[in-house]
Design a protein around this ligand. Structure first.
Ligand SMILES: *Cc1c(COP(=O)(O)O)cnc(C)c1O
Length: 407
């Protein structure tokens, strides 16, 4: 029964224009008993690009070990946040000088939301409401609430699909997740951004599950502010620096709530008075985490010459194929896809509701060498990373899932 889909997977892999990319990642082991693992958790922690260990070893031994403090200038450490930011910018459709790498997504959410509230204050229209995606990844909600509390705003939750309709004359900013981390639903960034702007509000997009998974088009859609992490589809490594995007024309008015010395116009002037730098560096705070930042820099090499449009095409083909395999192999009614079938509403993951035993099912899948993850209360999450996931992986994952569910 499984043979036609396995054969189809082999044909799809053979015809895949990105198939050569997989060799640039470390994906050997640990599937237990010598088996190769099917890794479908790149939306939680991307796999290790082969170039990273050598680069990190060089940064440690030569740049830190021998050049020491000279590396801030001679090895380009000081300007690395902007240089790496521009590399990320290309992948999310932002022209140079608008993205800075650093801090965590959580910290960048705080900077972006407070800065957006302050922009509204500068505009002087008495806007004092923050809208937040009702299904948001929790950290965004916590930080938005704190930002609202600190600035005297009220906060209101709204479904991402109609958050623009919820915006009124008091709305300063809406914070929206581009892809819902739990269901894999892709929210409509172009239409939502345009509608929020028409309502006179700013928008902050959280791109954690779209950066590196699909073309975002920040410039094309005039997005005000955006944040995202780099350890998911960008494979930067555990806890790698996040990024902050501030649209070029808003940069002169970007008033950071965390104005550290790294964002000063003259950081080495050591002045007691704060004067913000121009451009993307204004989003910085303190000394960058150089080891993680340069591991990320090396990890981004896998994107050289890769068109995000090709990545998106493969992502949709992979998730379509996985859903088809699941529907073929898994007994009817045992799982239900929470991920929209419509391509324009789907991120790069498939979430299957599995009642009542999702957590145990995922544990067994992992034991059998298929690594996805579990999200409470009942969701099996499978992430598809087009640079290294094969159609054969999708087929095997669905087949093993059917086995676990007792076909
Ligand atoms: C993964 C994720 C985060 C993570 O934030 P950290 O500060 O890196 O822990 C935030 N928001 C969303 C939507 C995420 O998916």
């Amino acid at each position: 029964m499984s043979e036609p889909l396995a054969a189809e997977a082999a044909a799809l892999d053979a015809a895949d224009p990105l198939r050569g990319k997989r060799a640039e990642f470390v994906l050997e082991g640990d599937g237990g008993e010598g088996a190769e693992v099917v890794y479908l958790d790149g939306n939680s922690l991307g796999a290790l690009p082969r170039a990273v260990p050598g680069r990190v070893a060089d940064v440690v031994a030569r740049e830190w070990g021998r050049l020491r403090v000279r590396s801030w200038t001679e090895s380009g450490w000081w300007t690395a946040p902007e240089r790496v930011g521009d590399r990320i910018g290309r992948l999310v459709g932002a022209g140079p000088g608008q993205v800075v790498a650093g801090d965590s997504t959580s910290v960048n959410v705080f900077k972006a939301v407070v800065a957006a509230i302050r922009l509204a204050g500068q505009d002087g229209h008495g806007r004092d409401e923050v809208l937040v995606d009702a299904a948001t990844f929790p950290t965004d909600g916590y930080l938005a609430r704190s930002a609202a509390r600190m600035t005297g705003c009220r906060i209101r939750a709204a479904d991402a699909a109609d958050i623009a309709d919820a915006a009124g004359p008091r709305t300063a900013v809406a914070l929206v997740n581009h892809v819902d981390y739990r269901t894999g639903r892709l929210n409509d960034l172009p239409a939502t951004t345009a509608a929020l702007h028409a309502a006179g509000a700013r928008v902050v997009w959280d791109l954690c599950h779209s950066a590196g998974a699909l073309p975002v088009g920040l410039d094309a859609h005039g997005v005000d502010l955006a944040v995202g992490c780099t350890y998911k589809y960008l494979n930067g490594g555990p806890g790698s620096p996040a990024f902050l995007h501030v649209r070029r024309d808003l940069q002169p008015r970007f008033d950071s709530p965390l104005p550290g010395w790294n964002s000063h116009a003259d950081p080495f002037g050591m002045s007691p008075d704060y004067v913000p730098a121009d451009g993307a560096p204004r989003g910085r705070v303190g000394t960058p985490d150089i080891l993680s930042l340069l591991a990320l820099d090396a990890a981004l090499d896998v994107w050289d010459g890769v068109d995000p449009t090709a990545v998106r095409a493969k992502s949709l083909a992979l998730t379509d194929f996985f859903l088809r395999c699941v529907r073929t192999y898994v007994p009817a009614g045992r799982v239900e896809s929470l991920t929209p079938d419509a391509h324009d509403r789907r991120g790069s993951q498939v979430s299957l509701r599995c009642v009542p035993d999702a957590e145990a099912v995922m544990a067994e899948l992992v034991r059998r060498g298929v690594v996805g993850d579990f999200r409470p209360p009942d969701v099996l999450r499978f992430g598809f990373t087009p640079l290294y996931t094969r159609f054969a992986d999708a087929e095997r994952a669905a087949r093993v899932l059917a086995g676990v569910l007792g076909r």
